[in-house]
Ligand binder design. Structure first.
Ligand code: PEP
Length: 251
C-alpha cells in the first residue's frame, strides 16, 4: 500500500496558443471535478500560464512551468525566473526535461542550479532523469541515472529535498509510442528510491514521489500506476486532449 498521493502531470510542451490552452484547461477542469485523491498538474507554455491559472482557480488542477532560469532577475534575455512563475500562479516547475538536455544544452550542472533556485523560492521542482536508447543498450542505464541524480541534487539539503519530485523518463520512450515495460519501470524506480535513501535516509525516500514518463496513455496507465514504486505520471502527448488526459487521471 502506497501512502504517497499520486501526481498526474501534463507537459504541454510547445503546443497551444493562449485561447487553445484556456479551452483545454476549462474542459479538463470539468472532466476531473470528481477527483479528490490524485494531485493534478498542467504545464502549458509560458505565454498561457496566466490565463490558465484563472480558469483552474478553485479546482484541484495546479499549474506548472516547463522550465525556469536560476537567477531572480537580470539581463538574461528570453529567460523566466521562479518569482515570475510564482506570480503567474505556478506551484510546480519541470526541470531537466530530456528535450531541454537534448536541444537546449541543459546539463546536470544547470539542472542543479535550477533545482536549488526553485526550492529556495518555494516552487516544487520535478526533476527529469532518463537514459537514451544507446545508453540502455550499452547497459549504462543505472550509471547514467546515478550521475543525473548525484549532480542534479548536489548540495541540496534534506530540508530542500522535502518537496522534490523525480520523473523517470527514458528518452527512447518519450513521444515514441514505446512505453518501458512494467518490469523496466519498477526496476528503475526502485533503484531511484534506493539512491534517495542512501542520500537522505529512509523517511524521505519513502515520501518522495517518483513519476514515470514516456508514452503514458489511457490504456497503459493502470498497469503502470499499480507498480509499487510508481507514484504518478508525467504525460506529454496524451495530456494535450482533455478527454485522454482525464482518462489517465482517472486511472
Ligand atoms: C514528456 O514529454 O515528458 C513525455 C513523457 O512525453 P510523451 O508522453 O508524449 O511520451
Amino acid at each position: 500500500m502506497k501512502d504517497r498521493i499520486p501526481l498526474i502531470a501534463g507537459n504541454w510542451k510547445m503546443f497551444k496558443t493562449s485561447n487553445e490552452a484556456l479551452d483545454a484547461a476549462a474542459q479538463l477542469a470539468k472532466l476531473v471535478s470528481d477527483i479528490d485523491t490524485v494531485d493534478i498538474m498542467i504545464a502549458p507554455p509560458f505565454t498561457s500560464l496566466t490565463v490558465v491559472s484563472e480558469v483552474i482557480r478553485d479546482t484541484r488542477i495546479a499549474l506548472g512551468a516547463q522550465d525556469m532560469y536560476w537567477e531572480k532577475e537580470g539581463a538574461f534575455t528570453g529567460e523566466i525566473s521562479a518569482p515570475m512563475l510564482i506570480s503567474a500562479g505556478c506551484q510546480y516547475v519541470i526541470i531537466g526535461h530530456s528535450e531541454r538536455r537534448q536541444y537546449f544544452g541543459e546539463t546536470d550542472e544547470t539542472v542543479n542550479k535550477k533545482i536549488m533556485a526553485a526550492t529556495a523560492s518555494g516552487l516544487i521542482p520535478i526533476l527529469c532523469v532518463g537514459e537514451t536508447e544507446t545508453q540502455r543498450d550499452e547497459k549504462k542505464t543505472f550509471s547514467v541515472l546515478d550521475k543525473q541524480i548525484e549532480k542534479g541534487l548536489e548540495k541540496l539539503t534534506l530540508d530542500e529535498h522535502q518537496s522534490l519530485i523525480i520523473a523517470y523518463e527514458p528518452v527512447w520512450a518519450i513521444g515514441s509510442g514505446k512505453t518501458a515495460t512494467p518490469d523496466q519501470v519498477q526496476e528503475v524506480h526502485a533503484f531511484l528510491r534506493d539512491l534517495i535513501e542512501k542520500r537522505f535516509g529512509n523517511m524521505l525516500a519513502k515520501a518522495t514521489r517518483i513519476l514515470y514518463g514516456g508514452s503514458v496513455k489511457p490504456d497503459n496507465v493502470t498497469e503502470l500506476m499499480a507498480l509499487p514504486d510508481v507514484d504518478g505520471a508525467l504525460v506529454g502527448g496524451a495530456s494535450l486532449k482533455a478527454d485522454s488526459f482525464s482518462k489517465i487521471i482517472h486511472f
